[in-house]
Ligand binder design. Sequence first.
Ligand code: NCN
Ligand code: DMD
Length: 355
Amino acid sequence: MAIEELEQKLKDVIMSIPAYDTDAAERARRHSDQLTKPPGSLGKLEEMAARLAGISGKLWPDLSRRAVIVMAGDHGVCEEGVSAFPSAVTPQMVMNFLHGGAAVNVLARQAGAEVVCVDMGVAAELSHPDLISRKVVYGTANMAKGAAMSREQTLQAIVAGINIAEEKAKQGIALFATGEMGIGNTTASAAIASVLGGLSAELAVGRGTGTGDEALMRKIEVVRKAIAVNEPNPGDPVDVLAKVGGAEIAGLAGVMIGAAANRCPVVIDGYISSAAALAVARLAPGALPYMLASHLSHEHAHGALLEVIGLSPIIHLEMRLGEGTGAVLSFHLIDAALQLMTEMATFDSAGVSKG
Ligand SMILES: O=C(O)c1ccc[n+]([C@@H]2O[C@H](COP(=O)([O-])O)[C@@H](O)[C@H]2O)c1
Ligand SMILES: Cc1cc2nc[nH]c2cc1C
């Protein structure tokens, strides 16, 4: 597709996102208040159930078919020494996902979710029958020296993400989670959080895979430099994703937009997924009600980033793995919320006195 067509496709899909159904959410809240418990006593589980009703327009949606979309990409900025691990780990972990041995595979099996593994921009050539290849770049360029990607590559990545969500929704997937793999991608995410979220580089940068003090200082300087060199336009999220982002981050932004356009809830994982979610919040505010935050990552600024987006995490386990692990874990709580709504007795049916 030519760049103009990609821009148009993105605009069209954003325009097609259905309005969140506030009536259905309200009906869900009223139902919840009739159940045998003090109103609001199931806390965020009640709010989650209402959100799922508002998203789907149904009391209660069948979310039994679910998938975690794990997108992978490499980052040229790694040559600045910003990660505790070498870039070679990105393709190695992609193969691990495909062989079912990564943490996300275990948690997805436990939560009944399909793992969809997508190569968005891994530097190495990868091949496996279950790998979806949507490579827009062989690793991004070093953002400390120039733009990570072109606008065209970024739009290709976003549209690829939209198409994957669309195809999966057509196949019956009703609940999405976002996951990623990309050595160096917490540096890109920090830059996005800084430009779009107004967080200082010092706040936005964390230890990622476990960088030491010296590398942490370098990482802060690299984020400052990348922003100064590229001057990403905070009013243009695509420009920000192109200049200081990454192929898997842009792809995940597309998945979130695509899920919303198909009226499917999309559960956001950790810091990197949240950086993509922030770009979506700015690019397509109509997609925001379709997003649920899963966990609070141990990555330093994740809480601040979620606050900027206006999302509240469900679980707090000090995880900082990525891959979609926190998002898939929270599927169990989504199931719990819906099962409570459908199986609990009401005050009337159980003959329990109201306050
Ligand atoms: O999801 C998170 O909050 C998270 C926090 C820290 C690290 N990660 C994962 O670690 C990798 C990026 O870390 P780094 O240090 O290489 O930038 C990438 O593969 C992410 O999935 C993920
Ligand atoms: C081993 C390893 C697994 C990961 N999964 C997501 N990010 C990761 C980073 C590393 C280093």
